[in-house]
Structures are given as C-alpha cells and as structure tokens.
Design a protein around this ligand. Structure first.
Ligand code: ATP
Ligand code: MG
Length: 259
C-alpha cells in the first residue's frame, strides 16, 4: 500500500546556521551528546553514548541496530521515561517534558504493556482518561484508533485473550488514540506476519501525516525499515549513519556540532 510521504523539510539537515536554527526551533526532541548508563561501578552498562540528533515534525525514521545496541534505551530517553546521565536532551517543540503533556507523545512499548484487568478498548482509552479527556470523547477516540488498526472486533477482549500480534495492534492503537505529535514505536511489528506488519506501518505513517507528528520506528526488521524515508542506525549505544535513501530529510547531528 502506498502512503503519502511528507514534503521534504530541509530544516532538519545539518547546514548553514540559519537552517540549523530553524530546525532547532521546531525540534520535538533535541539530543546533544546524550548518554545513559545503567548502574554504576563495575556493573555499569553504557547503553547510549554521545547521541546527537534532532527530531522534527516531518521526521519519519527507522532506527535499526543489533540487539543490545541501545534502541529501547534511546526511545525511553526521548519519551522522558529515563533520564540522561550525560549530555542534554530537550523537547523544544513540546514546550517541556513529555510527562507534563500527557497524550502528546504516543509510545508503543517493546514488551507487553496492557493492563490485565481492562479490556482492549479500555486499555486504549485509559491514557486519554489520565490526560483528562472526558469519558465520552475518550471512548470515541479509542474506538477511532481501533478502527484505524482494523481491530474493532477485539474491543471487549481481555489482554490474556489476545494473541501477541493482536495485543501489539492494540498497543499501537493506544499510542495513536490521543493524536500525538511525537510517535515512538519500539518493534511495533515484532509479533506480526508480513501482511499485518505492513498494515501497522501504513497506520503509523498515515497517523503521522494526519497529526503532523514525528514518527520513529525502532526495529530489527529491514523490510519495515525500508518503508520509512529516513534511516538511522545504532551500534554499541551510538547513533551512526545515516544510511539515508534519496528521500531522506533528516539525519543525526554531527558529533561535536550543533545538536
Ligand atoms: N534496566 C536495565 N538495567 C541494566 N542494563 C540494561 C537495562 N536495560 C537495558 N540494559 C542494557 O543496556 C543495553 C542496551 O539495551 P536496549 O534494551 O536499549 O537495547 P536494544 O537495542 O533495544 O535491544 P533489543 O533489540 O534486544 O530490544 C544492553 O546492554 C542491555 O543489557
Ligand atoms: Mg529494544
């Protein structure tokens, strides 16, 4: 299926100061020399090291890299769920920390993340209620998001009644329900066959275009990565690359340069 691509946004690419300044002002996430170390002393694990990049509303990027290369840690940092242990991470385009703006960042977690006592529809609407959206509107948005993923028939199922692939699609619906401006998806198709995976990527790309949201898909799967116009790579905690295709419009900032 073809999904319309966003118009190229040259402000994201490193370039003359004027262009970089435009990119910085619009950046939803700005990382400058960001690092995260788990633990300390002899057991310390440097999961993310010296990462510099900007995420713009037009960013549509697949972040690939081997297991343990730091993808999920970087996602959690960008979502404000982990704190940096070095460097500076900010969210200029969000006007502050993501946790202060519930609903503006849609996250698909790598592992199971459903609340077991709630059915699928209630799981999708739960973050909306937490964000203060009135009940009837939250239900409407949740149903709309499930429709977007083609899973309205799963509404009344409890998490333990869902297959891993069904649960994954519910998790994607939950991430999209609030109309986020930043979508961070960690292996969102890991449990799906090719057909279902393609549908999920379509839904993510379409939602990103509709909401004017940045979309970052962290994935092992080269077929999924190929669907995104931009490609970043992680290795040993570092953001490398970019391995960009001709449509690419954003790339990690050069180390030591402007974030
Ligand atoms: N909570 C934690 N405590 C200690 N170390 C951790 C923790 N979470 C991750 N790590 C370590 O940090 C490194 C990066 O892990 P991370 O989960 O970010 O990698 P990943 O690229 O997402 O891997 P995968 O592709 O398997 O999901 C690994 O060495 C991992 O063992
Ligand atoms: Mg991971």
């Amino acid at each position: 299926m073809n999904t319309p691509r966003p118009a190229p946004d040259r402000s994201a690419a490193p370039g003359p100061v004027g262009e970089a300044a435009v990119g910085e002002a619009a950046a939803l996430v700005s990382c400058a020399g960001v690092a995260h170390t788990y633990g300390s002393g002899r057991t310390a694990v440097v999961a993310v090291h010296d990462v510099s990049c900007r995420v713009l509303p037009t960013t549509r990027v697949a972040i690939t890299g081997p297991s343990g290369s730091g993808k999920s840690t970087l996602l959690h940092l960008m979502a404000g769920l982990e704190t940096v242990t070095a460097g500076v991470l900010s969210w200029p385009g969000l006007n502050g920390h993501p946790l202060a703006h519930p609903g503006r960042v849609g996250i698909v977690f790598q592992g199971p993340s459903m609340l077991p006592a709630l059915d699928a529809l209630e799981n999708v609407e739960f973050p909306l209620l937490l964000a203060g959206i009135p009940d009837h509107r939250a239900r409407e948005l949740a149903r709309g998001a499930m429709h977007r993923l083609g899973i309205t028939d799963l509404a009344g199922q409890l998490p333990q009644e869902l297959s891993a692939g069904q649960a994954q699609r519910v998790a994607v619906a939950r991430a999209l329900a609030g109309g986020p401006v930043l979508i961070l998806a960690d292996e969102p198709t890991g449990q799906l066959d090719h057909h279902a995976a393609a549908h999920v990527v379509d839904a993510l790309l379409q939602a990103a275009d509709e909401f004017g949201a940045a979309l970052l898909i962290f994935t092992h799967d080269p077929v999924i990565a190929a669907r995104l116009p931009q490609r970043w790579t992680m290795a040993d905690g570092r953001l490398l690359g970019p391995a960009l295709n001709p449509m690419a419009t954003a790339e990690p900032a050069r180390t030591g340069g402007r974030p």
